[in-house]
Design a protein. Structure first.
Length: 442
C-alpha cells in the first residue's frame, strides 16, 4: 500500500492536493481549532501556589499543575524501556554507547571528545545527572555544558548575566547548589503566567540574526522553537565559551558546514591521518526544518507532545519521548492509517537510513585505510591534503545524519541526500589517498 493510498488516507490525500502554502495555513488553522488556549485559559492551571520567578524546581509547580508534573516525572523512567514498543529499534534511552552501533566508529571519532563518552540520549528529568556522570571533558566542565541540561539555567542567566554564567564551572555551581534541577518547567514556561517562553539567549540571537522576531512568534512557531533552544547544533565561541547557533546563512546542512569551515570550533584531528574534524551536536531542529512536516507547519510538539482530553481540559503530553509510544495520538490526528502502518512507515525510513549509514561508515573506514597505506609507503604529507578535504566533507555529512535523533524520520530525503553525498566523498577520498605518491596502488 502506498503511504498516501486514497483508501488508507482520504483526509491527507485531500490536503496533499492543495498547494503547500495553503496546506500549511489549513493545518495551522486545524491545530488552533484543536484547542490552543494558554495554560491560564485552558483550565489546566490551578493557581494553588504562587511560584517564584524562574522557579527551577519542577516539583514546586506540582500544586498548580499536578498532571503535567507527574508526566514530566515519568521522563526519568525511560532508562528501563529497552525492549518494549515505546520507541523504535534505533532510539530509546538506555546507556548504550553510540559508537558501538557500527563497526569502525571508534576509529572514526578517535581523538575527539565523543570518542569514549557518547550515549543514546534519555528523558529530560535525567539530563543533569547524565551530564554530571559523563566522562566527556572530565571533572572540570564549563557551565556551557549545563546550558541545555537544567532548569536552573534561565535563573542563572538572569541573575549572573551571560558573561558570569559562561565563566562559571559546573562543579562550583553544583557545590553552591545553584545547579540542582534537570530540564523542566522553567526551561519552556514563564512561572508567573504559565505561557511558553524562550529562555535561551543564543536562540533569541540566532532568530534575530535571521530577521525573525522572537517576541512576535506565533504559537505554532513556539511549539518548535522551545525545543530549538537545546535540540540544535551549537558552538562554543572564544575563551568565554559563549554558546552560539551557527545559523548566520540559514539552517541547512550546508550552512552548518560553512560555519565549521570558516570559523573552526571545537575541532580535533583524526589521529592516524591528521584530518581536522568537527562534530554536529544534535541537529534535530535543523533536520526537522528540512523535512516535509516542517514545510506543512507541523511542530515538534505535535508529534512529541500530543494533546489528550483530561476532564474538561485538553492537556499536552509532558512525558516527552518517542512518538512511537503512542502513534494513535502522535500521528492519528492527521493520518488515518492504522497504528501498525504508521509504525511501519517510520521503521521503513529508519531502516533505509541505517543501511546507508552502515555503507557510509564502511566507506569512511576504507578511506582511512587508504590514507594510512599512503603514509606507510612514504607519501609526502602534503599529498594527503586532497584526501583530508574530501574526508572532512564526507565525515560532516555522515555525522549530521547519524547525530540527528530520529534516524532519518525528521527529514527522510535530506538524510538520504546527505548520506549519498557522504558515500561519494568518502570513495573520492579513498581514491585521492591511493593516488598520493610515491608508488601506485598495489
Ligand atoms: C511528524 C512527527 C515528528 C515531528 C514534527 C518531530 N519529530 Fe522527533 N521524532 C519523530 C519520530 C517518529 C522519531 C523516532 C522515534 C523512535 O525511533 O522511537 C523521533 C525522534 C526524536 C528524538 C529521539 C527520541 C528517542 O527516543 O531517542 C528526538 C530527541 C526528537 N525526535 C526531537 C524532535 C524535535 C526537537 C523536533 C522539532 C524540531 C521533532 N523531533 C519533530 C517524529 C517527529
Ligand atoms: C533545556 C534544554 C531542552 C529543551 C528546551 C528541550 N530538550 Fe529535549 N532533551 C534535552 C536533553 C539534554 C536531552 C537528553 C538528556 C540526556 O540523555 O541526558 C533531551 C532528550 C529528549 C528526548 C529523548 C527522550 C528519550 O527518552 O530518549 C526527546 C524525545 C526530546 N528531548 C524532545 C524534546 C522536545 C519535543 C522539546 C520541545 C517541546 C524538547 N525536547 C526541549 C534538552 C532539552
Ligand atoms: C521542553 C519544553 C516544555 C517543558 C520542559 C514543559 N512544558 Fe509545558 N508545554 C510545552 C508546550 C510546547 C506546550 C503546548 C503549548 C501550546 O500549545 O500553546 C505546553 C503546555 C503546557 C500547559 C498548558 C496546557 C497544556 O497541557 O497544553 C501547562 C499547564 C504546562 N505546559 C505546564 C508545564 C509544567 C508544570 C511543566 C513542568 C513539569 C512543563 N509544562 C514543562 C512545553 C514544555
Ligand atoms: C499535525 C499534523 C501531522 C502530524 C501530527 C503528523 N503528520 Fe505526517 N504528514 C502531515 C502532512 C501535512 C504531510 C504532508 C502531506 C503532503 O504534502 O504530501 C505529512 C506527511 C507524512 C508522510 C509522507 C512523507 C513524504 O515524504 O511523502 C509520512 C510517512 C508521515 N507523514 C508520517 C507521520 C507519522 C509516522 C507521524 C507520527 C509520528 C506523523 N506523520 C505525524 C501531517 C502530520
Amino acid at each position: 500500500m502506498s503511504w498516501l493510498d486514497p483508501s488508507g488516507n482520504r483526509r491527507l490525500l485531500a490536503l496533499a492536493a492543495a498547494p503547500l502554502g495553503a496546506l500549511a495555513a489549513a493545518l495551522v488553522a486545524l491545530l488552533a481549532a484543536r484547542g490552543g488556549e494558554s495554560p491560564a485559559a485552558s483550565g489546566a492551571a490551578r493557581r494553588v501556589v504562587e511560584l517564584a520567578d524562574f522557579e527551577a524546581d519542577s516539583e514546586a509547580w506540582r500544586p498548580n499543575y499536578p498532571e503535567h508534573v507527574a508526566a514530566w516525572r515519568r521522563t526519568a523512567d525511560t532508562a528501563d524501556r529497552e525492549d518494549d514498543r515505546t520507541h523504535g529499534p534505533f532510539t530509546g534511552s538506555a546507556r548504550r554507547p553510540r559508537l558501538a552501533e557500527f563497526p569502525g566508529l571508534a576509529r572514526l571519532y578517535a581523538g575527539g571528545p565523543f570518542a569514549d563518552a557518547w550515549e543514546e540520549e534519555a528523558g529530560h528529568a535525567l539530563a543533569l545527572q547524565r551530564l554530571v556522570d559523563s566522562r566527556r571533558l572530565g571533572a572540570d566542565k564549563p557551565a556551557a555544558c549545563a546550558a541545555c541540561k537544567s532548569s536552573d539555567v534561565p535563573r542563572l542567566l538572569h541573575r549572573l548575566g551571560p558573561e558570569a554564567f559562561y565563566a562559571a564551572r559546573v562543579a562550583d555551581l553544583r557545590t553552591a547548589r545553584d545547579l540542582a534541577h534537570p530540564v523542566g518547567c522553567a526551561d519552556c514556561h514563564d512561572a508567573a503566567t504559565g505561557d511558553l517562553v524562550l529562555t535561551r539567549p543564543w536562540l533569541l540571537d540566532a532568530l534575530r540574526a535571521r530577521g525573525l522576531d522572537p517576541a512576535g512568534a506565533d504559537r505554532q512557531q513556539l511549539r518548535s522553537w522551545v525545543c530549538a533552544q537545546c535540540h540544535s547544533e551549537y558552538r562554543l565561541r572564544g575563551v568565554e565559551k559563549t554558546i552560539e547557533l551557527p545559523w548566520g546563512g540559514g539552517q541547512r546542512f550546508e550552512d552548518l558546514e560553512a560555519a565549521c569551515d570558516t570559523e573552526p570550533n571545537a575541532e580535533w584531528q583524526q589521529p592516524e591521518t591528521e584530518t581536522p574534524l568537527a562534530k554536529l551536536d544534535h541537529p534535530d531542529f535543523e533536520a526537522w526544518s528540512a523535512g516535509i512536516h516542517a514545510a506543512a507547519g507541523v511542530a515538534c510538539a505535535d508529534c512529541h507532545m500530543p494533546r489528550r482530553r483530561h476532564g474538561a481540559a485538553r492537556i499536552s503530553e509532558h512525558e516527552i519521548r518517542s512518538p512511537l509510544a503512542d502513534p494513535e495520538r502522535a500521528c492519528g490526528p492527521c493520518h488515518e492509517q492504522p497504528v501498525e502502518d504508521l509504525r511501519a512507515a517510520v521503521l521503513e525510513t529508519q531502516q533505509r537510513t541505517t543501511a546507508l549509514l552502515a555503507r557510509t561508515a564502511r566507506a569512511l573506514d576504507d578511506a582511512l585505510d587508504a590514507a594510512v597505506a599512503a603514509r606507510r609507503r612514504g607519501a609526502p604529507d602534503a599529498a594527503l591534503d586532497g584526501f583530508r578535504r574530501l574526508f572532512r566533507r564526507a565525515f560532516l555529512r555522515w555525522d549530521f545524519a547519524f547525530s540527528e535523533n530520529s534516524r532519518g524520520f525528521h527529514a527522510p530525503q535530506e538524510s538520504v541526500r546527505l548520506l549519498a553525498e557522504a558515500l561519494d566523498f568518502a570513495r573520492q577520498a579513498e581514491l585521492a589517498a591511493w593516488a598520493a605518491g610515491p608508488a601506485a596502488r598495489p
